[in-house]
Design a protein around this ligand. Structure first.
Ligand SMILES: Cc1cc2nc3c(=O)[nH]c(=O)nc-3n(C[C@H](O)[C@H](O)[C@H](O)COP(=O)(O)OP(=O)(O)OC[C@H]3O[C@@H](n4cnc5c(N)ncnc54)[C@H](O)[C@@H]3O)c2cc1C
Length: 503
């Protein structure tokens, strides 16, 4: 028996309690939480699981420090508790992320202010390590002096430097694996999950939802799936899906565009750096280190076009690179250093704004004269998707929800997870084929990019991935034409995320 068993025909014969549209992190977490609560759940994803916005996050699990500025205590407590959930259940995929912000004494960015902020942050997150294994626990924040800042971040601009604020968050370098592990967990609790299955119609009888009609994209074949509750978790598509199945809810998703860039250049520090360009009024950048490489962002802007998976134009990327070069001494980044761009749409606070919304939106369409049993959800952070799932589930099943355990995943080895070293090559012959074959069998791999990008880390480095793609294709039962088309598909994925084509 496969862990994620892509048996579309079998799923269409069953009666489910809940059907979820969209296999991003919001759909995946709802799938797991509903399965934990004992519900029979079906997850339907039109593309591959986690291939849209959820793939493009900055790989940070946020605690609450940034929400201190707005004194949003609720958001702080929620973020701390969700960060802890990831640390408790995914110690194999999440690790502490030390962060540094150099302080120059401008406005609130003074050592005295930050000393209090860090103290408050530690107090408010005093239970952050409860149930977390050693080696994954988060230390207290602190103010460090100029010399220590220079040690941590040698290229720091020392002019007027007062010191630095150090705090700890969570890093999830392989966030795509967390999402797949969440879906596998739900499947082990008897949920069914189908990728490449696009929901096209909501089926309603006498005002009550009875299921959906969807198309299996691998065979272009239609199926109906049965449930009296359907949740639209389709991220940037959720407003369209809501309009198609009921009516438009503008509050669900007002578009804003966000993106990060991974450069083929060594990271600037083992710490994630929060730095501000010298230009007055500039937004703070977060310069991350991702597997030793420089990963920087996040750029935010309004978005008013229909495209749901946009990429930034070349001029915007050049401008961002220019700003980074102005911010970091002797950085001299070039457009040719771009390895991949990680873009996505996020819900904005207001229409036409680049400022992202603060809270999730959950709509019960039945309460608003729409189909009874239809719900729509949109959320803001990867970090809090599980909590939003729990809130949604309570709203859907009201008093019907019994107590259930939220924890219980066993960590896996790197081989089981498909986590390979950056300089991996197939010539090592250390039994790598068996691990990958196991993943192909158990994790609903349909295309080469599913395997290389979202089930393993083989695709982290595009150049390496394309170099060894023939060896990987040999593990599938594919003829020559299929191999050529799968490699072309992988290449086009990478090219869509760069400013220049890979040859
Ligand atoms: C640049 C960037 C950086 C970010 N960094 C962070 C970070 O560091 N930490 C953090 O916590 N958060 C971060 N976020 C936020 C986080 O990534 C998002 O909140 C989250 O991924 C949204 O997930 P989702 O499931 O709502 O959407 P998506 O991941 O887009 O999933 C929606 C899914 O629905 C599917 N779908 C659509 N229509 C249908 C249909 N008809 N039938 C079936 N399936 C359908 C789509 O194919 C898609 O897979 C970042 C976001 C961006 C854009």
């Amino acid at each position: 028996m496969r862990v994620i068993d892509r048996d579309v025909a079998e799923a269409s014969k069953k009666q489910y309690d809940l059907i979820i549209i969209g296999g991003g992190i919001y759909g995946a977490c709802l799938f797991l939480t509903a399965s934990q609560a004992g519900k029979r759940v079906l997850l339907l994803e039109k593309n591959d699981f986690g291939a849209a916005t959820s793939f493009n996050n900055l790989r940070t699990i946020h605690g609450g420090l940034r929400y201190l500025q707005s004194l949003d205590l609720k958001r702080i407590f929620e973020s701390v508790s969700e960060r802890r959930w990831f640390f408790r259940n995914f110690p194999d995929l999440v690790k502490p992320l030390p962060c540094l912000m150099p302080l120059y004494g401008n406005g609130i960015y003074k050592s005295a202010v930050f000393r209090w902020a860090l103290l408050l942050n530690d107090l408010l997150s005093s239970n952050r390590n409860f149930g977390v294994v050693k080696g994954r626990q988060l230390l207290k924040g602190k103010i460090v002096g100029q010399d220590e800042v220079k040690q941590i971040y040698p290229r720091v601009d020392i002019h007027n430097l007062q010191g630095g604020a150090v705090w700890y968050d969570g890093a999830m370098p392989d966030s795509q694996k967390i999402l797949i592990e969440i879906i596998k967990w739900g499947c082990r609790l008897h949920g069914s999950a189908l990728n490449y299955t696009e929901v096209e119609e909501l089926l309603v009888t006498g005002g009550q939802v009875v299921g959906v009609r969807a198309v299996d994209q691998t065979r272009n074949k239609e199926y109906t799936f049965k449930a009296t509750k359907v949740v639209n978790c389709s991220g940037p598509w959720c407003r369209r899906v809501a309009a198609q199945f009921d009516k438009d809810y503008p509050e669900l998703f007002k578009d804003s565009f966000a993106w990060n860039v991974l450069f083929n250049r060594p990271a600037l520090s083992p710490y994630a750096l929060a730095v501000r360009p010298k230009k007055p009024g500039s937004r703070m950048y977060f310069i991350h280190h991702w597997k030793g490489l420089l990963f920087a962002g996040t750029m935010h802007s309004p978005w008013n076009k229909p495209d749901r998976m946009p990429t930034p134009d070349e001029d915007s990327v050049r401008e961002f690179i220019g700003n980074l070069n102005d911010t970091v001494e002797n950085l001299n980044l070039q457009p040719s250093d771009v390895l991949q761009i990680f873009p996505g749409l996020l819900p904005a606070k207001e229409e036409g704004s680049g400022k992202i919304a603060v809270r999730e939106v959950v709509i019960d369409h039945g309460e608003n004269n729409g189909p009874v049993g239809l719900f729509s959800v949109s959320g803001v952070k990867f970090t809090t998707a599980r909590l939003v799932a729990e809130k949604t589930l309570k709203k859907i099943f009201k008093t019907e929800l019994a107590r259930f355990s939220r924890d219980g995943r066993e960590p896996l080895s790197e081989k089981e997870l498909g986590v390979f070293q950056e300089d991996w090559s197939p010539s090592e012959k250390s039994g790598w084929e068996d691990g990958i074959k196991n993943i192909i069998h158990n994790e609903s791999v349909v295309h080469l990019d599913d395997l290389m990008i979202r089930r393993t880390t083989l695709g982290d480095n595009p150049l390496n991935a394309l170099k060894y793609s023939h060896e990987i294709c040999a593990l599938f039962d594919w003829d020559e034409d299929m191999v050529a088309s799968e490699i072309a598909r992988l290449k086009s994925f990478y090219n869509s995320r760069r400013t220049s084509d890979l040859s």
